[in-house]
Design a protein around this ligand. Structure first.
Ligand code: NI
Length: 203
């Protein structure tokens, strides 16, 4: 090999090593980022909140002590996911029979700007009367979203209109306010009823 060839070869070897090292670094870095949410790690979802119900009462996590509850975030202007979920929750409450009285389903708005107590009171008349609509100041809603690791985002749809992107999970919380799982609306009705019955039985 000529001197030039040796230099070229060395350079390419160095580049190859650099690429391998960078790939390895990125691989490790990305696996470390995912690590806190990997299976088996206890997930800390839920916590203290204090909001105003569609009936005008203050309601906090402490008020619910001893009762299992379900949490769903949404907003009254939602065209599909929210009403569908609330109709399904109403249907499940009906199918649970008297046991349903021991469960407190909460619908927490992510749009406190439009979802006032009055707007929520009107909206909630379409669903099972045991479902409690909750609103609050933007700060109260933000801290509740944070506690549930949920997110919402305002999306402008016109100069004076907007919609909300939001987490659409039904969180199941036990009588101590601990996260007990989620309800998947796409699973069979019997599976959903089974989850709710177990949650109520544990109380
Ligand atoms: Ni929605």
């Amino acid at each position: 090999m000529s001197k030039l060839r040796i230099i070229q070869f060395s350079l390419w070897t160095a580049v190859a090593f650099a690429i391998i090292a960078l790939s390895a670094y990125l691989l490790v870095a990305s696996s470390q980022r995912r690590a806190p949410f990997s299976a088996g790690t206890p997930v800390n979802i839920g916590g203290a909140f204090s909001l105003t119900s569609h009936k005008g009462n203050r309601l906090s996590q402490a008020t619910l002590q001893g009762k299992p509850f379900a949490v769903f975030f949404g907003f009254t202007y939602c065209p599909d996911v929210c009403p569908t979920t609330l109709f399904e929750l109403s249907n499940l409450m009906k199918k649970l029979g008297p046991d349903a009285d021991r469960l407190v389903p909460l619908f927490i708005t992510v749009d406190p700007e439009r979802d006032t107590v009055e707007a929520l009171a009107q909206y909630m008349t379409s669903f099972d009367p045991r479902i409690i609509g909750l609103t609050g100041s933007p700060a109260e809603i933000a801290s509740t979203l944070k506690a549930y690791r949920a997110y919402s985002r305002k999306v402008q749809t016109g100069s004076d209109s907007y919609t909300m992107d939001h987490t659409a999970i039904v969180y199941l919380m036990d009588q101590q306010g601990r996260f007990a799982g989620t309800l998947d609306l796409h699973e069979p009705e019997e599976a959903k009823l089974g989850k709710l019955r177990r949650l109520i039985k544990g109380s």
